[in-house]
Ligand binder design. Structure first.
Ligand SMILES: NC(=O)c1ccc[n+]([C@@H]2O[C@H](COP(=O)([O-])OP(=O)(O)OC[C@H]3O[C@@H](n4cnc5c(N)ncnc54)[C@H](O)[C@@H]3O)[C@@H](O)[C@H]2O)c1
Length: 354
């Protein structure tokens, strides 16, 4: 790679990683800012088809502004964040990987599973890192949920709804919004769903604007299957990002927007539960009891940090150590494939989409 300090997919742990951002629209401008804020990253330049947008970044950050990816590669970059429209991801990423540049590509990895598979293959053939921007994994709320020991979900409910923003309407709500939750579910369950039921409504364009899917995941070691009920809408009258996980031993409820959540643990409430069971058995009328006063509810310990920043730091660590990225191309592919299965399922159920 031209002027690169990267060799064989790894970079000395102390070396500054020279970064670029391709596409500085709604998301890319945040990535450019983050590249100037994360220790060990140096924003070399941005690429955008729009001269006004790249000049805006040049003025703000004093970086280079380039009209083509080739020009940025020639300027010397080790790693790039790709935040161009999804239909362009494959061409841009493959060009960068061929040049040995590590890539963090926005979600969804690709508009369909064929392109996503081709990108995963391209990543497997080269030594550069390809990470997919499923940033919700780095949300402190999700980090807190991931940290809950032995969480074996039986039933999950996720709602991700917001009013229409009139952006990203080139893809449906499943690829645009629900994909975040599909990645979370596949990560939590360790596999893609084996059964899908879905329905969708398309109001403003050709693609679906509202979708509900019921996903059944393969049985775990205990032989029990988990069911997830996921809803995404871009036609809601409010913004809501909520998750509820019911597992054998723990109930978790969290609000990503409010950055808080609650946890109810069976073990912590063992005494109260044993007492209630005994009184039930004895035929006692417990209707005057207040359940909320009986159970001990803990707050989910949510840390701090900007998800995009934590995501870039994780990407840079993979580059430095040569380790597998936390969200690799296979994960990006699995989310796209599941999204596509949901849309096909909704179509079979009679939803009118192109
Ligand atoms: N992680 C998230 O929460 C999140 C949120 C929104 C969007 N996204 C994703 O980010 C990506 C970009 O979405 P957006 O809303 O920022 O789009 P956008 O339209 O606001 O920005 C895209 C930018 O890319 C530029 N561009 C287009 N084609 C290009 C090319 N070939 N080379 C260089 N520049 C090019 C455009 O001029 C524009 O400035 C999409 O994949 C989208 O799904 C992710």
């Amino acid at each position: 790679m031209t002027n690169s300090s990267v060799t064989g997919g790894t970079t000395a742990s102390t070396a500054t990683i020279r970064c670029g951002v391709i596409g500085v629209g709604r998301m890319g401008r945040h990535h450019a800012r983050i590249c100037t804020q994360v220790e060990g990253a140096d924003l070399i330049g941005v690429v955008d088809a729009s001269e006004a947008r790249r000049n805006d970044m040049v003025e703000q950050y004093g970086c280079g502004g380039f009209a083509t990816v080739d020009a940025l590669i020639a300027a010397g970059v080790d790693a790039c964040v790709i935040a161009t429209p999804t239909v362009t991801h494959r061409a841009v990423v493959e060009q960068l990987l061929r040049a040995g540049v590590h890539c963090l590509v926005e979600k969804p990895l690709a508009p369909d599973e064929v392109e996503a598979a081709a990108m995963a293959d391209a990543a497997a053939r080269c030594s550069a890192v390809l990470q997919v921007g499923h940033v919700v994994r780095f949300d402190p709320v999700m980090v807190a949920i991931r940290d809950i020991p032995a969480l074996t979900p039986r039933f999950v409910e996720i709602d991700r709804v917001s009013p229409m923003t009139f952006r990203s309407v080139d893809v449906g709500v499943v690829l645009d919004m629900m994909i975040h939750d599909l990645d979370l579910l596949i990560m939590l369950m360790g596999s893609e769903p084996e059964e899908i039921h879905a329905n969708a409504v398309s109001v403003l364009g050709d693609a679906e604007d509202v979708c509900n899917a019921r996903l059944v995941f393969p049985a775990g070691k205990d032989g029990i299957r988990c069911t997830a009920n996921v809803t995404a809408s871009r036609l809601a009258l409010k913004t809501e990002r909520k998750i509820r996980i019911i597992s054998e031993d723990t109930y978790v409820s969290a609000d990503f927007g409010e950055r808080r959540g609650t946890v109810v643990r069976k073990a912590v409430n063992a005494e109260q539960l044993a007492d209630i069971r005994a009184r039930f058995k004895g035929g006692e009328d417990l209707s005057s009891l207040n359940y909320l006063e009986l159970v001990k509810v803990d707050a989910l310990e949510v840390g701090k940090g900007e998800p995009l920043k934590l995501q870039l730091e994780s990407f840079l660590t993979s580059i430095r150590t040569g380790g597998k990225p936390f969200v690799d191309a296979q994960a990006g592919f699995a989310a796209v494939r599941t999204a596509q299965r949901i849309v096909e399922c909704a179509r079979r159920a009679g939803a009118r989409m192109v």
